[in-house]
Design a protein around this ligand. Structure first.
Ligand code: HEC
Length: 101
């Protein structure tokens, strides 16, 4: 069973890295508040990508914000902290978010 799961995860990652990252976002509950192309509770990930396009330090700042939460950029609703996400996962998720166009 475990081996089947690992084989499945590897094949998903090999075939479609972008989808694997979306699966990570889903498993980390990001998609409860976000969608790729429309505002839900939080901003659409496409809008986030557009806003930070070309900003070199954006990825690090956003990864920190994903973990700690924060407010004031997109409206009055704050993003709560996401302690279920570690730094490596936050960076991976933010790289995926910033690649949405
Ligand atoms: C409870 C709802 C909620 C969850 C869960 C959530 N977010 Fe958010 N997110 C928000 C809100 C609301 C904002 C807008 C915050 C602001 O205006 O500063 C936001 C903003 C963001 C931004 C842009 C931040 C900025 O400063 O421009 C990114 C990137 C982001 N979220 C990624 C994630 C990721 C990745 C996850 C999963 C680990 C996640 N969010 C989970 C509600 C949520």
């Amino acid at each position: 069973m475990k081996q089947t799961l690992i084989a499945f995860a590897l094949s998903v990652a090999a075939v479609a890295p972008a989808m694997a990252d979306q699966a990570l976002a889903q498993s980390k509950n990001c998609m409860a508040c976000h969608a790729v192309d429309k505002k839900v509770v939080g901003p659409a990930f496409k809008d986030v990508a557009a806003k930070y396009a070309g900003q070199k330090d954006a990825a690090d700042k956003l990864a920190a914000k994903v973990i700690k939460g924060g407010s004031g950029v997109w409206g009055p609703v704050p993003m709560p902290a996401n302690p279920q996400v570690n730094e490596a996962e936050a960076k991976k998720l933010v790289a995926w978010v910033l690649s949405q166009k």
